[in-house]
Design a protein around this ligand. Sequence first.
Ligand SMILES: O=C(O)c1ccccc1N[C@@H]1O[C@H](COP(=O)(O)O)[C@@H](O)[C@H]1O
Length: 216
Amino acid sequence: MSTQRIRVKICGLTREEDVRVAVVAGADAIGMVFYEGSKRCVSLEQARRLRDCVPAFVDVVALFVNAQASFVREVIDVVKPDLLQFHGDESPEECRAFSRRYLRAFRVGAPGLDTPDAVVKETSRYADAAGWLFDSYSAGYGGSGLALDPALLAGLPGQAVAKILAGGLRPDTVQAHVSQLPFRPYALDVSSGVEVSPGIKSPERIQAFMQTVARV
Ligand SMILES: O=C(O)c1ccccc1N[C@@H]1O[C@H](COP(=O)(O)O)[C@@H](O)[C@H]1O
């Protein structure tokens, strides 16, 4: 039986040169953060320029945290993302309001999301998502570099929705994180683990991350 390759999204890009490095290294998706509370937040104009560096067959993902619907629509119009990523407290209705494919992020370990049953119940509310993205719980909304507890992901349905692991992945730890999961992830999402500072990526770390994942 063949094992499906694990896809990679590199998130929090702010510079054109980093987008090009990510694409050449084989990233399947690149993410841009539209959240003013993040040091990786990009402007609409910056995002449009980054988007223009992305060739066919690489997805552009726009990440939001409790954004106004009008702002999400503006990003859709200007940047034309392939996927939306909701990383805040958005309800299923708010995620569906744009009739776009979306990733739903879960801050695993947060109050109310701190048992396997609670995770299963919460994910089931977003059964129409294109992917469930499991991030760790931290004081901010994400991009913390902290890893989640894989035991909290036990009991999720097999094939229902693509499962994406995020949170504290690095070139030297990603293999161990994947092996501790109760399932084989569809994809991985990395931001701080391939950076030299928030929003500034390291070509060496991106390449090392991609090479390691290709062997997992
Ligand atoms: O990157 C950010 O600044 C960010 C801000 C708000 C919500 C999510 C954010 N990033 C996402 O967080 C996870 C984990 O990131 P890390 O690898 O631990 O740094 C990932 O999905 C990022 O896209």
